[in-house]
Each structure stands twice: as C-alpha cells, then as structure tokens.
Design a protein around this ligand. Sequence first.
Ligand SMILES: *Cc1c(COP(=O)(O)O)cnc(C)c1O
Length: 371
Amino acid sequence: MSVLNPIPFLDLKTPHIELRLQLQDAFERVLNSGWYIQGNELKLFEEEFAHYCEAKHCIGVGNGLDALHLILRAYGIGDGDEVIVPSNTYIATWLAASYAGATPIPVEPDERTYNIDPARIEAAITSRTKAIMVVHLYGQPADMDAIIVIAKKHNLKVIEDAAQAHGARYKGKRVGTLGDAAGFSFYPGKNLGAIGDGGAVTTSDAELAEKIRVLGNYGSHVKYHNEVKGYNSRLDELQAAFLRAKLKKLEAWNSQRKVVAADYFHQLNGSNLVLPFVPEWADPVWHLFVVRSQQRENLQAHLQQQGIGTMIHYPIPPHLQPAYSELGYKQGDFPIAEAIHREVLSLPMGPTMSGAQVTQVIKVTNDYLRS
Ligand SMILES: *Cc1c(COP(=O)(O)O)cnc(C)c1O
C-alpha cells in the first residue's frame, strides 16, 4: 500500500522553524536586556496585539483561563452570582466562573454553528445573573448582536472567550472588541500561540484594563504597595517577545487556514458528513475544522490507520465531567451539546499544511465514507 508520510493533526514545529531567526533574535533581546518580567517586550506586545484586534487596551496575563477569571474578578462577579456559559465549550470557560466563586449556568448551542444560541439565553437568566460568557468556538464568532440586545435588557456584562478566535471577525469587527471585555489564550496550539503559556485581556474600558493590570500583579500599582488581594498572572518578557515575532505572521497564517478550509468545503463529499456552517456575517479563522459524523469512532480509526491524526473537541461536555458533579447534571440535560460531543471530529488543520496533505485527508475521508 501507500507509503505516504503521516499527517499530524497539528504541526506546531514547522511554523517555528520558519521563524527561527526572528525567534532567536527575540530570545537574544530578552536575554541581553537583563529584564524578564513586565518590561519593554510586554509593553510593545500589548500595543501590537491591541492594534491587531482593533481594541483600545490589551493586558498580558499568564494564560487564557486567568484572562477570563480576572475579567470576572475585576467586575466584582463572584460568590452567589451566576454566569451564563455555553453547554458546548472547553471546560476552561466554566472554570473561569467557578474560580471567581460564581456558578456557571449552561445554555445550549445553535445546532448549526455550535455556538451559544441567543434564543435560549433569556430562559436561563435569573436575578443572580451577572454576565454572559460567550465563546467563539472553533474560531467562528458567536452571534453577538443578538446576545448584546439581551445583555443590555438585563444589564449583564458580555465577556468573550476568544481563546480560539484570534483575528476572526463578526460583521467586519474583530473578536475581542465585541463585548465588554475578552480573554485570549496563547497556549501553543492556538492560532496565535506562545512557546509556553500566555494569555491576554482586550477591552475598550480603561478602568477595567487598569483593574486587571493591578489584579494580575499582586494587587499592586506600586511595587510592595498592595491595594487588593491580587494574583500572580503575568505574560513574561520571553513569551511576549516570541509572540511579537509570531503576531507578524498571524494574518498570513489565518489566510492559509482559510485555504485549507476552502479545500475541505469544496472536496469533502461524503453524504454522511456534516460540514461546518458559516453564517454570512461570520469571518472565521479556522482554529479547528470540525466535521460531524454518526460513524465518528470508525472514521477516526480509519484515518488513524492511514496515518492521519485527528482529535475530538470535545469528548465529554463540561456538565458531565466529574469536576462538575456538584451541579447535579445528568445525561440528557443538554442534549444538543451531548449529540455534538458524540459526533464531532476535528480534521488536521494548520497554517503550514501542504496542498498534498489536504488532498490526502480529503481522499482518505471520501473513500471511507463511500465504501
Ligand atoms: C484554550 C482555551 C481556554 C484556556 O486557555 P489556557 O491558555 O489554556 O488557559 C479557554 N477557553 C477556550 C475555549 C479555550 O480553547
């Protein structure tokens, strides 16, 4: 049979090899500066990422979960409060609410976009609800206008979990500027990833930005003067310098993901396969290319046999995780999220996938679904 090279689900190495000189230069700059936390690289990255997102403020923090948690803390959302979250998301969205002391209240997704369904939000709002935490899942923006109308009516904050959507646009506007504040992750596998952990908050609210700066740095404006009980959540100089080098490539890398997605759209033709749905107002950045199949396990095993790596995002919804047994949910409580979790499969996707690799994934998938 064929002796094709395996195709990884995600190739993290090639983009870094392509940027080797820029990354080495970033490392040398930081090493030689003698200053490793909260220095010039962070300041410049914050300016550059805010500019990229078309946001007023950017605050670097330790990771994406911290970004979301710190936003809630800065708004004073915590004990006794409720935060609306999607039932269909990575558990970090829920954990951010829990860390703050609030209760995550799940709302089912739109079955076509996999993002929170605005039509179902109002039924979940109570007198304790303080915020809606929206996720732009798989790199596709949620339907923000409809969500903001509801939030305004009930006086709720809208927080974007933009961890999977750096650069995506909703009706022409960048994610990270659509709600009151947004949390980004720079985990290595994200569209903009550090060589380690990292995260950021974007907002146009100057007061919130300042609070988050203080909260993430031990609650202190001035060293050794602690106004509030803060945290240690900072984006270090080395990661900021690496991210500055990688940010310059983000538009090109997102474009390359779009080329891969377009090939999948045009050439995957198994009738048993549900392809992603893109509303006309969405400009997604294809963090993941997620298909749905009732034969998900078999399809994944077949692709694996042919050397093609895939992943499942995600196998178990947060409400059925042991970590959330305290909330008392059971199988069947969020059937749309549960069906999605049973059937989704993420095909290989990344900015350095070759045309030949994409063709191979399409061929093996189509052959299997036809047989
Ligand atoms: C990755 C991710 C996070 C958390 O980011 P970390 O940097 O890993 O803390 C939060 N929400 C979503 C949807 C994510 O994909």
